[in-house]
Design a protein around this ligand. Structure first.
Ligand SMILES: Cc1cc2nc3c(=O)[nH]c(=O)nc-3n(C[C@H](O)[C@H](O)[C@H](O)COP(=O)(O)OP(=O)(O)OC[C@H]3O[C@@H](n4cnc5c(N)ncnc54)[C@H](O)[C@@H]3O)c2cc1C
Length: 285
């Protein structure tokens, strides 16, 4: 049997859960689908989130789900949305069966295509990191290495030099491996030389986590789903928020707080789009 919700939110990370809270507070019938693969899932600590600085990322998601229980018209289900199709509504093929929704918020986040250097993926989120705002301060005793090229290396290196004096730079093709050495990282070059550092920053190379947007004919560019300031995509009834959506300026950090802000903004627009017309207006039947 096909289930129905007025709004389907795909993704229960900071963007999707904040959107669900806003929709719940506006009494909008909402379902959130989540399959438990958050982008910061390998990080033992989350930083730069006011009120949660230094906590485990999972604690925020658990607290958010607890808060949503106050709003009975919001359902959070641990299912994967496998495909989406447009008919009169939006039809979703999920691991829990078929769903229909009038509106869709895509908040699926991204996954990172990491540098193919041995050891990098093992230490990702712990000693190999993407974002100085999130994890720079913790390693300020230095040195902090940057393995990257071009504009990314200049940008991240510049930020890190504000935290520590020693910021050694490596081109990715110079590096043979990155391994753990106690609570530090050991960078080994192809010529055998080694450098011990407090942490390593690399480019994250985010790629979309799901094909839902393309399935539905939504405009997607290399840097994400194209949205306006309210999170609207080019398809009526479809919004996107969080890391999966293109930021209005590339210098806006992809982070928990910005994802939550985008989720709130899109949800407010969804609620307003479905609000009854003003009394006495021509639209009132
Ligand atoms: C290693 C690392 C560490 C980070 N540390 C920090 C930090 O300390 N502070 C900070 O502010 N930011 C940090 N970030 C950035 C932060 O994780 C993201 O900006 C934030 O999680 C984006 O939220 P989101 O809701 O857009 O996506 P996510 O948090 O990635 O959530 C998306 C959710 O959607 C679900 N999903 C995806 N596709 C489907 C589908 N088809 N069906 C059902 N569910 C689906 C996923 O399982 C996931 O739970 C870090 C990023 C990385 C890579």
């Amino acid at each position: 049997m096909t289930e129905f919700a007025r709004v389907a939110v795909v993704g229960g990370g900071p963007a999707g859960l904040q959107a669900a809270l806003t929709l719940g507070r506006m009494h909008v019938d909402t379902v959130v689908f989540d399959d438990g693969r958050p982008r910061n899932g390998t990080s033992p600590r989350m930083h730069n989130v006011l009120g949660w600085d230094g906590t485990e990322p999972a604690r925020l998601r658990t607290a958010a789900r607890d808060e949503l229980r106050k709003y009975p018209w919001v359902r959070v289900v641990d299912h994967t949305v496998r495909a989406a199709r447009r008919s009169a509504d939006i039809e979703l093929d999920t691991s829990g069966g078929p769903w229909r929704a009038e509106n869709l918020l895509i908040a699926t986040g991204v996954e990172d295509a990491l540098l193919p250097i041995p050891g990098v993926s093992d230490l990702w989120g712990d000693l190999v990191l993407p974002c100085p705002y999130c994890h720079g301060h913790e390693h300020a005793k230095g040195p902090i290495a940057v393995i990257s090229s071009g504009a990314h290396a200049d940008h991240v290196g510049g930020l890190l030099r504000g935290l520590t004096d020693e910021v050694p730079h490596f081109e990715p093709e110079e590096v043979a491996s990155v391994t753990r050495a106690g609570d530090r990282a050991l960078i080994t070059r192809h010529d055998g030389r080694t450098t011990e550092v407090a942490a390593v920053f690399i480019p994250p190379n985010p790629t979309p986590r799901s094909r839902i947007a393309t399935d539905l004919g939504v405009r997607v560019e290399a840097d994400g789903i194209v949205v306006d300031a309210l999170g609207r995509t080019d398809q009526l009834g479809i919004w996107a928020a969080g890391d999966v959506a293109r930021r209005l300026d590339p210098h806006v950090p992809a982070a928990v707080v910005t994802a939550m802000a985008a989720g709130l903004t899109a949800a407010a627009d969804i609620a307003a789009a479905g609000a009854p017309p003003p009394r006495g207006s021509a639209r009132e039947g």
